[in-house]
Design a protein around this ligand. Structure first.
Ligand SMILES: C[S@@+](CC[C@H](N)C(=O)[O-])C[C@H]1O[C@@H](n2cnc3c(N)ncnc32)[C@H](O)[C@@H]1O
Length: 381
C-alpha cells in the first residue's frame, strides 16, 4: 500500500459531520500532520488519496494554494498571488461552512473563475481538468483549538515528521478562506447502506458513516484484519470490508451472527472493486463470546466493538460491567488497537485491561443517548 505523498505540499481537508475533532481523528487514518484551522477545515502535510476516498467525515482533500481571511477580497488576493503550475481547463467551487462567513459562494465562484480566465485558463464547469476548491469558514473551533493531540499520531508510523509544512501556528483560528486544487474526494455512497435498507436489520444498528469512521480509526485498510467481537448486524464489518480490510465478527446471539453473515454476503461478496477502489476484504462471522475469543494473541490489527447499552437486555451470561471488562481484556490480547463505542466511558475498565486511552469523543445521538467513542492503544511497557 502506498505511503503518504510527501512533499512541501500542504493539503486542505474539508471536514464533514458535526464533530470536527472526531473527523480529524478519522482523517489521521488517511493523512499525516493534521491540524484544524477553522470550523470544518483542517490542513495536513501528506495524504494517501485512496484512503481519503474511504473517509466518512472528510469530504475532500485539496492541494493548498493559499489561505487568507474569510472574505472574498482575501480569496481574490490569494489567487492573484498564487503561482499556478497547471495546464488544462478549470472550474471553481466555493463553499461557506455552516453559512458562517456570509460570503456569497456564487459570487466567489464567478470572480475567482474570472481571475483564472484572465490568467489564460479555459473554464469547463462539467469536467474540468482541475477543480479549485474555495472554503470560507468563520468561527471558533470546538473542543481543543489546535491539533487535538493529532500531531503525535503516527498511523503506520508515518506521522510525526516534524515541522508544520510552512503553515500557520497551531491554535490559529477564527476567519479563514482556504483555496486548493482538488486531489481526492471521499465516495459518498453511505445512503445505499442505511441500516433499514440492509437485508438484515435490527434496532440499534449503527449508522454507516459512524461505522466507517470507527473502522478507519481502528486501522481498516487493504491488508489489515479488523475484528468486531459484538458485531450485531455487522455494520462496522461491512464498512471495514469495503475499504479493503479482512474482517472477523462474533456475536453471542445466533440470530445476529446469521444476520451479519447475510449483510456481509450482500455487501462484500461482489466481484467488482468497491467504489473507493479497494478490493473488498474477506469475511468470517461466527457465534461467539467476546470475553472468550477463539483467536490467538495478536491475531488481528484492530478491534472495534459497540458495547450493549444499559437498557439492552440481551446479555444472558454477564453483568454489563463484566462483559465490557472481559471484552476489553480479550481485545487487548488479540490486537494492539481498539475502538470502543458505548453509552458511557468505560475508560477505567479499559485502563485496568492494560489499554492506554489515546483519545475519546462524545457524540450526541439524541436527547437521551450520548455515544462515547474511546480510541485505545496497547500500553507499551
Ligand atoms: C450494541 S449491539 C451491536 C450493534 C452493531 N454495532 C450493529 O451495528 O448492529 C451489541 C451486540 O453485542 C452482542 N453481545 C452481547 N453480549 C455478548 C457477548 N458476551 N459476546 C458477543 N456478543 C455479545 C449482542 O448480541 C448485540 O448484538
Amino acid at each position: 500500500m502506498a505511503a503518504p505523498k510527501r512533499s512541501s505540499t500542504v493539503y486542505l481537508l474539508e471536514l464533514g459531520g458535526e464533530d470536527d475533532a472526531f473527523a480529524a481523528r478519522e482523517a489521521a487514518s488517511a493523512a499525516t500532520g493534521i491540524r484544524r484551522i477553522a470550523p470544518g477545515i483542517a490542513v495536513a502535510r501528506g495524504i494517501v488519496p485512496e484512503r481519503v476516498r474511504g473517509l466518512a467525515y472528510t469530504h475532500r482533500a485539496s492541494e493548498l494554494l493559499g489561505r487568507g481571511a474569510a472574505d472574498l477580497e482575501s480569496a481574490r488576493a490569494v489567487l492573484e498571488a498564487a503561482s499556478i503550475d497547471r495546464e488544462g481547463s478549470v472550474a471553481v467551487r466555493a463553499t461557506d461552512v455552516h453559512g458562517s462567513s456570509g460570503v456569497s459562494t456564487e459570487r466567489a465562484e464567478r470572480e475567482l473563475g474570472q481571475i483564472l480566465v484572465d490568467r489564460g485558463f479555459p473554464v469547463d464547469l462539467e469536467e474540468p481538468d482541475h477543480l479549485l476548491r474555495v472554503v470560507f469558514s468563520a468561527g471558533v473551533l470546538d473542543g481543543d483549538a489546535s491539533g487535538d493531540a493529532l500531531e503525535p499520531v503516527t498511523d503506520d508510523g508515518d506521522g510525526g515528521d516534524g515541522g508544520d509544512g510552512g503553515d500557520g501556528p497551531a491554535g490559529e483560528q477564527g476567519s479563514v478562506c482556504a483555496l486548493g486544487w482538488l486531489a481526492a474526494e471521499s465516495v459518498r455512497d453511505f445512503g445505499a447502506r442505511a441500516p433499514t435498507d440492509k437485508p438484515f436489520f435490527q434496532p440499534g444498528s449503527m449508522d454507516p458513516l459512524l461505522a466507517r469512521a470507527v473502522a478507519n480509526v481502528a486501522g481498516a485498510r487493504t491488508g489489515a484484519t479488523i475484528l468486531d467481537p459484538m458485531c450485531g448486524t455487522g455494520g462496522v464489518l461491512v464498512e471495514a470490508g469495503l475499504v479493503g480490510a479482512d474482517v472477523i465478527g462474533t456475536d453471542a446471539q445466533a440470530k445476529m451472527a446469521a444476520g451479519a453473515r447475510e449483510n456481509l454476503a450482500h455487501f462484500l461478496d461482489a466481484e467488482n472493486p468497491s467504489p473507493t477502489g479497494a478490493n473488498r476484504g474477506s469475511w468470517h462471522v461466527g457465534r461467539g463470546d467476546a470475553t472468550r475469543l477463539p483467536l490467538t494473541g495478536d491475531a488481528v490489527d484492530g478491534v472495534v466493538f459497540d458495547a450493549p447499552y444499559g437498557r439492552q437486555s440481551k446479555i444472558d451470561t454477564h453483568r454489563l460491567e463484566d462483559l465490557v471488562s472481559g471484552a476489553l481484556a480479550e481485545a487487548h490480547r488479540v490486537a494492539p488497537r481498539a475502538v470502543v463505542l458505548a453509552d458511557r466511558s468505560w475508560a477505567s475498565e479499559a485502563r485496568a485491561a492494560g489499554w492506554e486511552l489515546e483519545s475519546s469523543f462524545e457524540r450526541r445521538v439524541h436527547r437521551s443517548l450520548t455515544r462515547y467513542v474511546m480510541v485505545l492503544e496497547r500500553r507499551t511497557a
